[in-house]
Design a protein around this ligand. Structure first.
Ligand SMILES: [Zn+2]
Length: 309
């Protein structure tokens, strides 16, 4: 049973992705590719997404208390919409043929997906709003939400959050949001240093074997570490790291220097996991420290182009 809390972590960008990829709701299956949905003009309306290849705008909404879904439009006066074309309403996005709406009925784990022509929407906008009720939705396409999809979606939301919070510095090196998402999505979800897997972190948390008071915010998902802190965020220079390794490594150490520390952290995790593991547990009992990982070869250059200079 999917809980309301599970949905809180699913960002608007991920919801748009769910609507776009409704044929393949489990994004972790290989061929998932993201289009670059952020356009410059979307800064004011961050919940609209544009898909160039489909000439489509995508937007999702949550159900209000009175059982309605409101989609607000970025226009000031109602009469404007008749005069305006898609371009002047939505700024510099390209051609718009259709708008895809997503209504997320979280209580019932249902997603309604609607595709409407831009013209049809314009006719029915009132006070900058397009409203749908559950009655309107009865005949629409309904997506079934399976519990195991949520982890994929959470990971994607996390990637989106990281990318958004660091728009200028992190994304440049990744050459855009789409590349960043795809990189993130294809990473094995374990710490590149100590080797702990997200499932094991979760098990430690659930068994009260984590002290981190902020583990609701940091800890349960892996973070993105720049292996060499002076280099930019890029596919070549980034890896997944657990909160603890990321926190300890900071901008100070190179992977090579950090190796003995990571080995120590690995030892501690193994001891803690040993205390909670039982026959039939869903997580692995132990994990072996990867002494031969390529990551340990990464070090500061000869010119000591590092923080310790
Ligand atoms: Zn770690």
């Amino acid at each position: 049973m999917i809980q309301k809390e599970d949905w809180k972590e699913i960002s608007l960008a991920t919801r748009a992705q769910i609507l776009l990829n409704y044929n393949n709701l489990d994004f972790f299956k290989g061929d998932f590719k993201l289009v670059d949905i952020y356009q410059e003009n979307n800064k004011k309306n961050l919940d609209w997404f544009y898909v160039e290849s489909e000439h489509a705008l995508v937007k999702s909404a949550k159900k209000t208390k009175d059982g309605k879904y409101n989609f607000s439009f970025p226009i000031e006066k109602e009469q404007d919409i008749a005069k305006m074309d898609a371009k002047s309403i939505f700024g510099r996005v390209g051609k718009i043929d259709k708008i895809i709406f997503g209504c997320f009925d979280i209580e019932n784990s249902k997603i309604y997906r609607l595709e409407k022509t831009f013209y049809n929407i314009c006719k029915n906008v009132k006070n900058s709003k397009y409203t749908l009720t559950e009655d309107n939705l009865r005949s629409e396409k309904i997506l079934e939400v399976k519990e195991d999809f949520l982890n994929s979606w959470k990971a994607l939301s996390k990637a989106e959050k990281v990318a958004k919070n660091s728009k200028n510095t992190r994304l440049e090196g990744f050459k855009g949001m789409a590349n960043f998402f795809n990189w993130y999505n294809n990473q094995e979800k374990k710490c590149a240093y100590c080797g702990i897997h997200v499932e094991q972190i979760k098990a430690l948390g659930e068994n009260k074997k984590l002290n981190n008071k902020r583990s609701d915010i940091r800890g349960y998902t892996l973070e993105i570490d720049r292996m060499l802190p002076k280099l930019e965020y890029s596919e070549e220079n980034c890896c997944m790291a657990c909160y603890w390794c990321n926190n300890a490594k900071t901008d100070e150490f190179s992977p090579e220097e950090f190796k003995p520390i990571a080995r120590g952290i690995n030892e501690v995790w193994n001891k803690r996991l040993e205390t909670i593991w039982k026959e039939g547990s869903s997580f692995k009992r132990e994990f072996i420290f990867d002494e031969k990982s390529e990551i340990w070869k990464i070090d500061f250059d000869k010119e000591m182009n590092s923080k310790t200079k």
